[in-house]
Design a protein around this ligand. Structure first.
Ligand SMILES: Nc1nc2c(c(=O)[nH]1)N[C@H]1C(S)=C(S)[C@@H](COP(=O)(O)O)O[C@H]1N2
Ligand SMILES: [Mo]
Length: 248
C-alpha cells in the first residue's frame, strides 16, 4: 500500500470515529465501544507503520493565510507584556521525569539544529491549512534533558487560559520522538504570529489540530496522565468527546 493510500485509509478511519461521537459516546456501553475503537485505530495506524512521515507539500501549496483557532490573543497572565517585549524573556521549561531539567530562551531554541516542513493542519471543526513550520525536533530537547525510567507521556503546558482553564495537551513517546514532531518558532519563514501560538508552538503532524499546543511554556515527562488536568490528557479531551489519540 502506498503512503498516500495508507494515509487516506487512516484519515477515513479517524473520521469514522470522530463523526457523530456525541451520540455514540452518550451511553456507558457506547463509550467503552468507542474507546475500544480508538485503541483499534491507534493499533492499526502503528501496525501500518506509524513511524512513517506524513506528506510534506511544495512551497507553492502554502495557504496564503493560516487562520487562528481557539485562543488567538491570550489576555491572561503576563502574555501581553511578553508580546510587547518581543518575547525576549520567554522561557521554555523541560522537566518532570528527566535527568536534567532545562530552561531554554528563544534564542537557544533557534540555535538548536532545525527542521523545516510544509504540512497540512487538519482541525476537527472541519478546516485545513498548509503551512511551513521551522524549529528543533522535540526529540532533541528530550535527549538533552534525558528521560528517566518510567516516563511514558510528554505533557505540553501553555500560557493561554481558554474559558477559565489553562490549555494543555499530551502525547505518547512514539509521537514525541517522531521526526516531524517539532517545537516551531516560525511559520512561513517568519516568527510565529500571535494567533498561531507565538513565540513557540508544537507541531505533531500525525495528529489533529487540537493536539498542536500553542503558546508553549513547558514540556513535562510523566508516567501517567491521571493527575494532569482532569486526567484525559488534554484541554479538549477533558471537556468534550475529542479523543486523546487523534491520529490522522
Ligand atoms: N494553547 C492552545 N493551543 C491550541 C489551541 C488553543 O486554543 N490554545 N487550539 C487548538 C486547535 S483546536 C487548533 S485547530 C490549533 C489551531 O492552530 P492555529 O491557531 O495556528 O490555526 O491549535 C490548537 N492548539
Ligand atoms: Mo481545532
Amino acid at each position: 500500500m502506498s503512503g498516500m493510500n495508507r494515509r487516506g485509509l487512516l484519515a477515513g478511519a479517524g473520521a469514522l470515529f470522530l463523526s457523530g461521537c456525541g451520540k455514540v459516546a452518550d451511553s456507558a456501553a457506547g463509550r467503552s465501544a468507542f474507546e475500544a475503537a480508538q485503541r483499534l485505530h491507534q493499533g492499526a495506524q502503528r501496525a501500518l507503520g506509524g513511524g512513517g512521515l506524513v506528506k510534506e507539500y511544495a512551497p507553492s501549496e502554502i495557504s496564503p493565510y493560516f487562520r487562528g483557532n481557539g485562543s488567538v490573543d491570550p489576555q491572561n497572565g503576563d502574555y501581553q507584556a511578553q508580546a510587547a517585549a518581543g518575547f525576549t524573556n520567554w522561557r521554555l521549561q523541560v522537566g518532570g521525569l528527566v535527568e536534567r531539567p532545562l530552561s531554554f530562551a528563544l534564542e537557544e531554541i533557534r540555535r538548536l539544529p532545525q527542521r523545516t516542513q510544509i504540512t497540512r493542519h487538519d482541525c476537527v471543526e472541519g478546516w485545513s491549512a498548509i503551512g511551513q513550520w521551522t524549529g528543533p525536533q522535540l526529540s532533541v530537547l528530550l535527549e538533552a534533558a534525558g528521560l528517566r525510567d518510567g516516563a511514558r507521556f510528554i505533557v505540553f503546558r501553555c500560557a493561554d487560559n481558554l474559558n477559565g482553564q489553562d490549555y494543555y495537551e499530551s502525547v505518547d513517546l512514539d509521537d514525541a520522538f517522531h521526526p516531524q514532531t517539532i517545537v516551531a518558532h516560525a511559520l512561513n519563514g517568519e516568527p510565529l504570529p500571535i494567533r498561531n501560538g507565538a513565540p513557540l508552538r508544537m507541531r505533531i503532524e500525525r495528529q489533529l489540530g487540537y493536539k498542536h499546543a500553542k503558546y508553549l511554556t513547558g514540556i513535562e515527562a510523566v508516567a501517567s496522565l491521571d493527575t494532569i488536568g482532569e486526567g484525559k490528557g488534554g484541554y479538549w479531551e477533558d471537556r468534550s468527546d475529542y479523543q486523546w489519540y487523534a491520529g490522522i
